[in-house]
Design a protein around this ligand. Structure first.
Ligand code: PGA
Length: 252
């Protein structure tokens, strides 16, 4: 069976107090209950060490960086390297989030370079893909997703990395308008077919998370899709109770 992953993308929100109380709350939930899913938190960089300290080594809750530099080290003011993220307690790197693609001009080429940096520093890449509203309305969803996935599948290093995909339709991110479970499952099925065209084992093992306005109210229906292996959650992940409530929807 494929692993299920529930990930929190806090974006540029919260402070050290939020990070600390969230981690304490989540650790307590995990100690009292067993969960079918693996949990990953993506705090802003300054709080990675706080989160790492609060969670400790035994919690089983993983940490990730919301972005990493495409460069290894050197004169890149303001950038954070994959090695620095690793050194701050990360096991994951989020790569190619649509906000990075659109607001910070990250191309598919840059995304491949970032994935290489992550892999070289033993971070597991969680790579985001997704179409805009205009692309969906123009019947271009499949073409857009194929163009985003192709560079990953042409890259031997990425293929061997155990990467995670997060399908996040841009029109569903932060809008309150999630994809319907049918839309999400249909698209995940298509993404898995693309992976299968490359290698059946890859399609079998790669977790494909859904992201875009996931909340406790819609999580169960979304997770019912057999190609939906968890979620990447923005807004609803800032509150520990609502993040936990979503995570428990993965229980069989
Ligand atoms: P949202 O964000 O849950 O607030 O829609 C998801 C994401 O951007 O990862």
């Amino acid at each position: 069976m494929r692993e299920t992953i529930i990930a929190a993308n806090w974006k540029m929100n919260g402070d050290s107090h939020h990070c600390q109380t969230f981690c304490q709350g989540l650790t307590a939930f995990c100690q009292e209950n067993s969960l079918a899913a693996n949990l990953v938190l993506f705090p802003a960089y300054p709080y990675l060490l706080t989160a790492s300290r609060e969670l400790g080594n035994q919690s089983g809750i993983a940490l990730g960086a919301q972005s990493i530099s495409q460069y290894q080290s050197g004169a890149y003011t303001g950038e954070i390297s994959a090695l620095m993220a690793k050194d701050s307690g990360c096991q994951y790197a989020l790569i190619g989030h649509s906000e990075r693609r659109t607001l910070f001009a990250e191309t598919n080429e840059v995304i491949v370079e970032k994935a290489h940096q992550a892999i070289d520093s033993e971070l597991r890449p969680m790579i985001c893909i997704g179409e805009s509203l205009a692309e969906r309305e123009g019947q271009k969803t499949q073409a857009v997703l194929a163009a985003q996935i192709k560079p990953l599948l042409n890259d031997e290093k990425i293929l061997q990395s155990g990467f995670v995909l997060a399908y996040e339709p841009v029109w569903a991110i932060g809008t309150g308008l999630a994809a319907t479970p049918e839309q999400a499952e249909e698209t995940h099925q298509y993404i898995r077919a693309l992976l299968a065209d490359c290698a059946s084992e890859l399609a079998e093992k790669t977790p494909i998370l859904y992201g875009g306005s996931v909340k406790p109210e819609n999580a169960k229906a979304l997770f019912a899709g057999k190609n939906i292996d968890g979620a990447l959650i923005g807004g609803a992940s800032l509150n520990v109770q609502s993040f936990w409530d979503i995570a428990t929807c993965t229980k069989s």
